[in-house]
Design a protein around this ligand. Structure first.
Ligand SMILES: Cc1cc2nc3c(=O)[nH]c(=O)nc-3n(C[C@H](O)[C@H](O)[C@H](O)COP(=O)(O)OP(=O)(O)OC[C@H]3O[C@@H](n4cnc5c(N)ncnc54)[C@H](O)[C@@H]3O)c2cc1C
Length: 456
């Protein structure tokens, strides 16, 4: 039924073709979490010949990029060059081809200007993620999550909770791509938790009004009165104390801030989901009473409130903001990362935002993806080992995709060679990544600017 060769069916293909369900119980690599990083990890591990299982608690791949409504990947390009490519970029290109949009090129400016985020169709992207995971020969289990993760006899015993009961799975390597280090926590390794965390955001799409006819000064006064009366929170309609103008101008991409102190737990996540929708309801009730907004509608909300920050692993290495902002090239670097420090304040108002200095290009070391004292356990995505400020930059989508690819390559190599990810020669990891289209740290020299970066 499963994997091992192009003629054999993955678990999803088997279920579609036979109407029966069946799955292997032993894998080279099990990826927990099919979001931004985990989807790419499963594709990379599968393409590299590893018997791979991807376990996802939702019914859709893409995580924050799809279910969280954040289809704004940053940044494949920096200083006029492509700095992150590989499988994440391939999925983006497939999406643009499908939707007939032009493929973006290295359009980032030479200077410290605010970089442009890309935007892609999240529904098409999610379907293409399914396709690519299955094409890579990986088994895919939606609506499932781990209940126990135990290291024994140089491999992992996983108990997976499915709709029909618990399933025991054996894996050589585990990749935790939950964003919340859930598998790492179940395995008993140490996590870092900030005294405060960034707020979450419920993405929504609103319509039924014409911004050109609205009196924003009057709306600002009315919103301040509603906040004073306890009917509205400032953060329901803004990230700053500046009234509802920017919220309303973001037609189709409206967003709030919601407090999210413990979103790595089911209990904490439940509270965030309820508060996100409460905030939406307060906002809806307020706007519909305002002149020019009688027809205000919420057309769509993302199925999950988007979480910026929960925990970070305590890794074999930890990226600090000082290292990040110095553009450190680690000896075990597996990918580049490029984004400003961007910490949304925990009171929901304003951000700590610092652009990178001209021509700086930070990297991510393998050691920040390996929990201290662990074996055959890899983390990909926003909970990598980093201090809070470095994390506020490293958490964005393109570095998460690049980490996912590096994790998939390491898991496949570890299973093949019987070596812990830390003991793999870094040149072997880089060779796999290069073969699958990734840009490797050290590949780019920023001393000479490319001619095509000199744009007005
Ligand atoms: C509101 C908001 C705006 C943002 N804006 C941008 C932006 O403009 N550009 C940008 O590049 N980045 C942005 N980011 C950051 C970025 O989107 C995320 O940090 C990144 O996508 C996280 O990727 P990840 O793979 O770590 O986690 P996710 O993409 O969240 O994936 C985690 C996956 O694991 C699954 N999962 C979780 N727990 C379990 C479990 N126990 N068992 C099984 N499955 C599990 C989840 O369902 C999910 O599919 C934003 C984030 C937020 C919240």
């Amino acid at each position: 039924m499963s994997l091992a060769g192009p003629s054999q069916l993955t678990s999803v293909q088997f279920a579609m073709e036979t109407g029966e369900t069946d799955m292997d119980t032993t894998y080279d690599a099990v990826v927990i979490g099919g979001g931004t990083a985990g989807t790419i990890a499963a594709i990379q591990a599968g393409r590299e010949g590893a018997r791979t299982l991807l376990v996802e608690k939702n019914g859709m791949l893409g995580g924050t990029m799809t279910v969280g409504g954040v289809n704004a990947p940053a940044h494949f390009f920096a200083w006029g060059r492509q700095v992150i490519a590989g499988i994440g970029w391939e999925l983006m290109r497939r999406t643009f081809k499908e939707t007939g949009e032009p493929e973006p090129t290295a359009d980032f400016t030479r200077e410290n200007e605010t970089p442009r985020h890309l935007s892609m169709d999240k529904s098409i992207f999610a379907a293409l993620c399914d396709e690519a995971v299955i094409e890579a020969g990986a088994d895919l289990l939606f609506h499932a999550m781990p209940a126990a993760v135990v290291f024994e006899n140089e491999g992992w015993n996983l108990t997976i909770c499915t709709k029909t009961g618990l399933r025991e799975i054996r894996a050589k390597a585990v990749i935790d791509a939950t964003g919340d280090a859930n598998a790492v926590a179940l395995a008993g390794f140490e996590l870092e938790r900030g005294e405060t965390v960034q707020p979450a955001t419920l993405h929504m799409s609103c319509s039924g009004y014409d911004v050109d006819t609205l009196d924003f000064a009057a709306l600002k006064v009315a919103s301040a009165e509603a906040v004073a009366a306890g009917e509205l929170k400032t953060t329901d309609i803004s990230w700053r104390d500046d009234g509802p103008e920017s919220f309303l101008r973001l037609h189709g991409g409206n967003a709030n801030h919601v407090s999210a102190p413990r979103a790595d737990t089911s209990e904490g996540k439940s509270a965030v989901e309820v508060e996100g929708r409460r905030a939406m309801l307060r906002m809806h009730r307020f706007f519909r009473k305002q002149p020019g907004l009688g027809g205000f509608r919420v057309d769509w909300i993302s199925p999950e409130t988007g979480i910026r920050e929960t925990v970070r692993i305590k890794g074999k290495k930890t990226v600090t903001a000082a290292e990040y902002e110095a553009g450190t090239l680690y000896d075990d670097a597996v990918c580049y990362a490029f984004y400003p420090v961007d910490e949304h304040r925990n009171d929901g108002l304003d951000t700590n935002y610092r652009l990178l200095r001209r021509h700086l290009l930070p990297t991510i070391p393998r050691g920040a993806m390996l929990p201290a004292h662990s074996r055959y356990l890899i983390v990909a995505g926003r909970c990598l080992s980093s201090d809070r400020e470095a994390n506020s930059a490293l958490r964005v989508e393109c570095p998460c995709m690049a980490m996912g690819q590096a994790a998939g390559a390491m898991a496949a190599l570890s299973a093949r060679k019987g070596l812990d990810p830390e003991d793999l020669p870094i040149s072997d990891v880089r060779e796999v990544l290069r073969r699958h289209g990734a840009v490797l740290p050290g590949d780019i020299s920023l001393e000479a600017e490319p001619a095509d970066s000199r744009k007005d």
